[in-house]
Design a protein around this ligand. Sequence first.
Ligand code: V47
Ligand code: SF4
Length: 367
Amino acid sequence: MTLPFLDPELGHIQKKISDGHRLDVEDGLKLYNSPDLLGVARLAHGVRTQRHGKQAYYIINQHLNYTNICKNQCRFCAYARKEKEPGGFTLTFGQIEENLMARRHEPIREIHIVGGLNPALSLDYYLKLVKTVHKIRPDAMIKAFTPVEIDCLAHEAKTTIEDIISQLKQAGLGMLPGGGAEVMSERVRQELFPKKISGERWLEIMAAVHDAGIRSNATMLYGHIETLEERLTHLIKLRTLQDKTDGFVAFIPLSFHSKNTKLAYLPPTTAYDDLKTIAIARLLLDNIPHIKAYWVMIGEKLAQIALSFGADDLDGTIVEEKISHMAGATSSKGLTRRQLVRLIEQAGFTAVERDSLYQPVISDVVI
Ligand code: V47
Ligand code: SF4
């Protein structure tokens, strides 16, 4: 016997799911507006459990931010600097090697590389960057560059995105991270990131990446000036592309951090909104296998609870993350494998160490 929901709307949504119907923006609004947080969790947890059972994933990974000089100047970004502005940096290949060598004894499976749009960097820099990382970490997945960087490279090198993707792939690029789309709304883009590529262009580039046999993640930046409808439309746009390409591996909601940005007057997202957003993503994105509770943004403790709200992954050890910490994130700089496993196991799940494509891996090095 299944217990009824406090909110009868959730019973209707449960029936829709069990009858194999897809949820739409209207259902998403009912979920967001429902006073029954635990009822929404129950729905999302049911879907998550059907897909992944008790398993909850983590990865041993490293972030590499190669430059923070960026010509886009998005209003929500605390990371970027203008050319010649104090605090700007661009890593030399020597520094890149040093960063990677500092963690050479760890069984790192993935190097996550993103940076700003620095007009001083040519395609040669990007190709050498990927080759340098590949040389030092031949077994790790190089998950690098968002469609924003790919678009910029194609313009600068006066070539097609297909050509850029192919050259990067040849150099060792294995996957793309999910950033850059923010929230796919032209209204929000005009207000917050008018110089960045449009949502349509982001989707077009992701489609080309997937067509080239490279998989990617997808994200959504929420908790700034977007409406709930805009969030839900963003999710549906991702779902529509996924129907065509099946190239997205994981979806990661990114809660906006306003410190040191032009939107510093905005309050942080609440735990309620973070958990609802994760659960609703799980329910609407019926064709994306994994939902990540990115502990860096929402904190380790809430990420642990999110495993019972539809998420099945905590991301990884990271060690040094700049984008959200420069915007005031108070989470740790990095977590050890032991800490990640403890978070997962104490929440009643089975911890599974994975690679970037969610294949389980076993490594016996203690970190
Ligand atoms: O696109 C920028 C976001 C993204 C802020 O694919 C901010 O596994 C919050 O995409 N507050 C880059 N967010 C990070 C990203 C990512 C992170 C973790 C895992 C993966 C993955 C991808 O960071 C940007 C933007 O949406 N961002 N500024 C800020 N102030
Ligand atoms: Fe540049 Fe990315 Fe920051 Fe926008 S979010 S200013 S594109 S680094």
